[in-house]
Design a protein around this ligand. Structure first.
Ligand code: IVH
Length: 705
């Protein structure tokens, strides 16, 4: 990757430009991976792109794009849902960021229609709801199909999930309902429902969601509509697609018809004509933003007359006749009362601003991140200062800087500790191997003797992508740690045994009862043979995220083999080190981290204790003479019925095959499900061996699970 500017050094223009490039780039990789099954970059490189995108978005929240990768429902659902071709594409909107941009928009309209003497242009103004758009097809007034936006041309069929949303009528009412009509609008979740859901997830020991939009997305992509039904999603109708007739001549007419037919339409929608009126309504909606009870991120203006919309037309993927005037990220000023140091799972010391509570965008904020000691210096904030803070979407509030005119005479500089405030071990800044520069982050060197690192490691151990034990979430782990029930990961698995002998039984503790305790112990027992990749990830080794953990699992197959390679590498065995580095996508930083982890006596003891309790599964790595497909290039095509596409890919890779998305003379085998088309033909033309799913299972000597 080319030399990158630090996010903090980017100008807004550079940030906007880079976000645009990243959106296209990430979308391309998503499509390559999920739709064509032919990734162009390694998972690690892909993760880098996403991280960079998230970091820029966090620093420039007002520049977050509608097509941002963080906003997309993602192609991950492609395996579970049918595709729907949109008969009329689902478009995006151009943006305005200032009154001037809005005036330009109106000016463009006036110039376009300048020949129409005496024409008075009117626009509708309505909140831009921060959710996910959906298209609902009604035939003879009956809801027949619902789809996500997808890439605008093709979405996913989520009819059954949409049917569970109360705001979406199954049947339209009224005598002017056209034979065919696709209503479009936004699926969203209210703040109240979001908070209630998170509270109950937390109580059940499950991972919580970051914001209402992600929750709505997660709830819509459930393969089981019963789960969607419990989420209380809502819907505002504001646009349309394919139709046999329109119930009016203006935007406002059609939306009024939606309301008559049984939809919820936004009460803040209004007809406006001059730039002044538009700006006033934007301000008015902005002022109500915090009290609406759901997230909005701007105001959408649309030319009201549909005939004029048709004449003005479209550019690329957005209508010329509409624009979204975004709100700036929500800001407020308050007093910085103190700076506290938080110690993370890997020992990173993060300064957290303790603020005099202030409401920002409907949310009371009393903490904000200050990132690291260099940031405190760069921003020049002192304790006692009045500071400006900013909140946007899921991004943790940030401190932007001090209001210098208000600095009190007793304001004091914060001295960053050189020792961990929890365990008093030295806290150090490492030299980054690659750049030779001092790391921005100072870390506690106490590792597991540091109670804060220990408890955060435990929380990570049970998290969703790690061991994911039902009924044992962050809250329960923290309580068990404080009560001394669990100190190390291994203790989770001896909890039941020790509880039987304890005087202070878990079932007698607040929030627990015989049933919930029994369920918890069962859930723990269920996880005694975790998947190898999840187990490796659960260990919480620095630089080993789930993708890297999966690479190790895939390449080493057994936990012990991998651990031995790490230990040997640490003892100077060059071949062992090479076996780690040989994995595509794994570099020096990761190798150093895993080697260091296993060189640490304490970690080794913790792992030994853990391995006495759990037996990670082996990840089948077949050698060439064991597997009939080892070393072969396999292509899967058509709709597979006994396994998902990703399952098929994983299975083939486990058996040592290489999976490709396209057929060429290098292809050794094509596995074709029903509906296979051009790839099957090409394989036959090239004389490539072909088989169906049953043939595949026969070949590899397995039966479908
Ligand atoms: S109109 C042809 N109206 O914004 C115009 N979009 O950037 C189509 N959105 O994907 C969109 N509230 O998810 C429109 N009141 C509103 C909206 C709205 C939210 C979203 C929608 C769309 C995106 C476009």
């Amino acid at each position: 990757m080319s030399e990158q500017k630090a996010v903090a050094d980017l100008t807004p223009d550079e940030a906007a430009q880079e976000l645009a490039v990243l959106a296209t780039e990430i979308a391309k990789h998503d499509a390559a991976y999920h739709q064509n099954d032919a990734p162009i970059v390694s998972d690690a490189e892909y993760d880098q792109l996403r991280k960079r995108n998230e970091a820029i978005e966090a620093a420039f929240p007002s520049l977050i794009r509608d097509d941002s990768p963080t906003k997309r429902v993602g192609f991950a659902i492609a395996d579970g849902f049918k595709k729907v071709q949109h008969r009329v594409p689902m478009l995006s909107l151009g943006n305005a960021f200032s009154d001037d941009d809005l005036a330009d928009f109106v000016d463009r309209a006036q110039r376009f229609f300048s020949k129409d003497a005496g024409l008075e242009l009117a626009f509708t103004a309505e909140p831009k709801i921060d959710g996910l758009s959906a298209s609902l097809r009604y035939e003879n007034g009956v809801f027949v199909q619902g789809a996500t936006r997808g890439d605008g041309a093709e979405g996913e069929d989520i009819t059954e999930n949409l049917k569970t949303i109360k705001d979406i009528p199954q049947k339209l009412v009224g005598d002017d309902v056209p034979e065919v009509f696709e209503v479009r609008g936004e699926v969203y979740m209210s703040h109240a429902d979001f908070e209630a859901l998170n509270a109950s997830l937390e109580a059940e020991g499950k991972q919580t969601y970051v914001n209402p939009r992600n929750t709505a997305a997660g709830s819509l992509r459930q393969l089981d509509p019963n789960i969607t039904a419990k989420r209380n999603l809502r819907f505002f109708a504001y646009a349309w697609g394919d139709n046999s007739a329109l119930p009016g001549e203006t935007q406002m007419d059609v939306v009024d018809a939606f309301a008559r037919w049984g939809f919820k339409t936004n009460p803040l929608m209004k007809r406006v004509s001059t730039v002044e009126e538009m700006v006033t309504h934007h301000t008015l909606i902005g002022e109500q933003r915090a009290e609406l009870g759901y997230d909005i991120d701007g105001v959408v203006f649309k030319l009201d007359r549909l005939d004029l919309q048709a004449r003005w037309g479209f550019v690329a993927r957005a209508p010329r006749w509409a624009i979204a005037f975004k709100f700036p990220a929500e800001k407020a000023t308050t007093i910085l009362e103190d700076i506290e140091i938080q110690v993370g799972r890997t020992g990173a010391l993060t300064p957290v601003a303790k603020l005099k509570p202030v409401t920002v965008g409907g949310v009371v904020v009393s903490n904000a991140t200050l990132h690291n000691e260099d940031e405190i210096e760069r921003k020049g904030v002192m304790i006692g200062d009045t500071v400006t803070i900013q909140r946007a979407g899921d991004v943790i509030p940030q401190v932007l800087g001090p209001v210098l005119e208000k600095r009190p005479s007793d304001a004091r500089a914060f001295v960053f500790p050189t020792h961990c405030p929890i365990c008093n071990s030295p806290a150090e800044r490492e030299i980054n191997e690659k750049t030779g520069k001092l790391d921005a982050v100072r870390r506690c060197t106490g590792e597991l003797i540091c109670p804060e690192q220990a408890v955060n490691q435990l929380k990570h151990f049970v998290s969703r992508d790690a061991l994911d034990i039902d009924g044992l979430g962050s809250k329960q782990v923290a309580a068990f740690y404080d009560e001394g029930r669990i100190k190390f990961a291994a203790d989770i698995f001896t909890l039941k045994e020790r509880d039987a002998e304890s005087f202070k039984k878990l079932k007698d503790q607040e929030g627990w009862g015989s049933t919930s305790v029994r369920k918890l112990f069962d859930a723990i027992d269920d996880r005694r043979s975790p998947e190898l990749d999840k187990f490796i990830f659960a260990l919480g080794i620095r630089h080993v995220g789930s993708t890297t953990a999966a690479m190790f699992a895939k390449n080493f197959g057994r936990f012990e083999t991998w651990m031995q390679a790490c230990v040997d590498a640490g003892n100077g065995d060059a071949a062992a080190r090479e076996s780690l580095l040989a994995i595509d996508g794994i570099g020096e930083t990761v190798v150093q981290s895993v080697v260091g982890f296993f060189a640490n006596e304490q970690n080794r003891e913790a792992i030994d204790a853990l391995l006495a309790q759990v037996k990670p599964q082996t990840y089948e790595v077949a050698s060439a003479d064991e597997s009939p497909v080892a070393g072969k290039t396999v292509v899967f095509t058509g709709s597979l019925e006994q396994m998902s596409r990703s399952e098929a890919k994983a299975m083939a890779e486990r058996l040592g095959a290489k999976v490709s998305g396209s057929v060429s003379s290098k292809t050794d085998l094509l596995v074709a499900g029903p509906g296979a088309g051009s790839k099957l033909k090409k394989a036959q033309d090239l004389g490539v061996e072909t088989t169906d799913e049953n043939g595949w299972f026969e070949l590899i000597g397995q039966s479908p699970s």
